[in-house]
Write a protein that binds this ligand. Structure first.
Ligand code: ADP
Length: 472
């Protein structure tokens, strides 16, 4: 009995530390908007990098012709060929090929990596064009979606700041990415030019805008999390001196690195951070994104197991980082069988914890709920921060497009969204929507639409190549 009491104590402590009443969420919203300002004011002004993208106009639907894209951001890379019909949402056809990056190339040289990519691309192009006369094909253009931290120099060039996700090609850090790709294209004999260099969030914003002109921001909540949005050029103080023709620019927030003392942090978060390869980095992401959520839950179960015998002898599996992945967490959380069979199965098969009572299985579901709910509500607060910054939160604070005396109606506002955590985890999605409604209030929330796009990182790259084509 005393043991159970201890476990209840651990749960209570977790619940309290993870609390996100709407008042606290609003503090996070405000902090996000403040940090956005600071990051736009000067380089290094905030933990939010607010990277310039030089994307100053988004696809509108008028794009026409055939464009290529290369999506490189993790263990796989993809090549795409997209045919655009010249009207909104009129993608006539798309062909995609996916290839895993061979393990040895992840730590090799930039030349080896890009030669491999260029030869894959060349084979793809030759297959797709299938013998059509080279002269009949006008200069091929490509959008490169490169989802690693890049300092952009222009819309079609940028320097790799550092590698993430297991890559370690040292000669490439500090180098200009598109130049390396184009040199490899020349070596391979493929006539193709990279018209844009973007990341997955910017690609998602582009695809969102192609489908719906009211799209102002894009959010990714998958393995990691990030966001980008359209900002007025005159609000980007650190951009002065660069020429922006259209009056606005997409800003890549790198919001995973956001931090605020208002974030509800637990001892599990602190330990996870300390034991990570990047302590003190990506604090917001570590509370929200798919790769971390299961690991927070694992840490809670481990602690309960150490403090009591309700899980039987402490399973050594509980000490393996990242053993409990987000889809498993979701499956336990959403288990609606009366006996919680799915929870039982996952505890047995993944964590080697067997023969636990229904009461203990319910406790596990509760832990999943607390951790996921906090994550979803914080993501909602992040979105609220963007809307506040651009004056679409109904407070009338912004200049462009908020509520104003001349425009009493709140404008329709679309946020493009992608990532498996949002699209495949229903409870996460519902908690996020609920929190956004609380933050904005019903009146404003009804004008804000979260719209799932499909393959912004691939198709969005091709669309941006089209929108920035040398022939357009
Ligand atoms: P990535 O972010 O890796 O580019 P995705 O956007 O497809 O790719 O997101 C995949 C991530 O989404 C997984 O790492 C996992 O964290 C999460 N995820 C995928 N499916 C589910 C699911 N059914 N339930 C919960 N999370 C999921």
């Amino acid at each position: 009995r005393r043991k159970w009491k201890r476990v209840v104590g651990v749960l209570k402590e977790l619940e309290e530390a993870c609390e996100t009443p709407v008042g606290r969420l609003r503090q996070v919203v405000d902090a996000m908007a403040v940090e956005m300002h600071a990051g736009l004011a000067s380089e290094g002004g905030s933990k939010l990098k607010m990277l310039l993208t030089f994307v100053d106009h988004l696809p509108t639907g008028s794009e026409i012709g055939t464009y290529y894209a290369l999506d490189f951001g993790g263990t796989n890379f993809r090549v795409l060929r997209v045919q655009l019909g010249g009207r909104r949402s009129s993608i006539l056809s798309q062909d995609v090929e996916q290839r895993p990056i061979p393990q040895h190339l992840m730590t090799s040289t930039s030349e080896d990596l890009f030669d491999f990519i260029a030869s894959t691309l060349k084979q793809f192009v030759e297959k797709e064009e299938n013998g059509s006369e080279p002269s009949s094909v006008r200069a091929r253009e490509l959008g490169l979606t490169f989802s690693f931290p890049v300092r952009q120099l222009s819309i079609h060039s940028g320097i790799l700041i550092k590698w993430t996700k297991g890559f370690a090609i040292e000669d490439m850090v500090g180098k200009e990415v598109v130049g390396l790709l184009e040199a490899a294209l020349v070596r391979s004999g493929l006539d193709m030019r990279a018209a844009v260099l973007v990341n997955d969030a910017v690609g998602t914003l582009a695809l969102g805008h192609y489908d719906d002109a009211d799209t102002v921001a894009a959010v990714i909540i998958g393995t990691g999390t990030n966001a980008c949005y359209l900002e007025r050029a005159d609000a980007i103080i650190k951009c002065q001196g660069h020429l922006i023709t259209s009056g606005c620019m997409a800003v890549n927030m790198e919001w995973g690195n956001f931090w605020s003392s208002h974030l509800p942090r637990t001892s599990y978060d602190i330990d996870l951070d300390l034991e990570s390869p990047n302590p003190n980095d990506q604090g917001f992401e570590k509370m929200i994104s798919g790769i971390y959520l299961g690991d927070i839950v694992r840490r809670v179960i481990l602690r309960m197991s150490q403090e009591s015998d309700i899980f039987g002898p402490v399973s050594s599996r509980l000490s393996i980082p990242f053993i409990l992945q987000a889809p498993l967490l979701a499956a336990m959380h959403e288990d609606d069988s009366p006996e919680l069979k799915e929870v039982d199965k996952i505890l047995k098969e993944t964590l080697e914890i067997s023969e636990v009572s229904l009461k203990v299985r319910k406790l596990v579901v509760r832990i999943c709920d607390v951790v996921t709910r906090r994550a979803a509500r914080l993501a909602a607060a992040g979105i609220g921060g963007i809307l506040k910054k651009i004056g679409r939160d109904g407070s009338g604070g912004g200049v462009a497009g908020g509520r104003s005396r001349s425009d009493p109606e709140m404008r329709r506002t679309v946020v493009a969204i992608e990532g498996g955590l949002y699209t495949s985890y229903m409870m996460f999605r519902e908690y996020l929507h609920e929190a956004l409604n609380e933050i904005l209030g019903e009146d404003v929330a009804q004008h804000v639409i979260l719209k799932v796009t499909e393959d912004g990182s691939g198709i969005g790259g091709a669309l941006l190549a089209a929108a920035n084509s040398s022939s357009s």
